[in-house]
Design a protein around this ligand. Sequence first.
Ligand code: ZN
Length: 185
Amino acid sequence: MANLDCYNIIFKSLEIGNHTFEYELDNNFFKSLEDAEIEEGSLSAVVTVQKNEKNAELNIQIDGTVQIPCDRCLDEMTQEIEVDEDLLVQFTSAGEETENTIFIPEHEGVLNIAWHLYEFIVLAIPIMHTHPDGECNEAMMDKYNQYVVRHIDEDQDDCETDDVTNESDRTDPRWDALKNISNNN
Ligand SMILES: [Zn+2]
């Protein structure tokens, strides 16, 4: 497992004021995170820190791409990622956690930002993400379609049994009458 120490922001040693940290998030970054579903990507992150007495205001900008499975064909696709998020770090041991507020005890004064960067990337992935039209993996699509069609057929066999047996019995007397007329002509 790779060392994530380089993603530590050591607030207690930062002067009050503005600071900027830059990170390259490559495949090694994703592999070093336990429980990360994304395994490949190439992004750069810029974290600006405004350190105050009791807290720090962070702005996180991330740009780049990740490799994730396409929703349509399940093949790998490249997803562009753009993050612009604020994070408030309170230097106190307890408080009401919200999505964009973190509490760190004042005596520790350190935040490892690696997982936060990862979560912002995940949140930036659109719910539906697919290859552009016509660029899906056709072999995967064929397999998928065969699977789906087979299952629909099986479902229909189950629920339409009655209709199928009635089909041969079903004749409409009006059609019979019409047929007789045309036959006679
Ligand atoms: Zn696809």
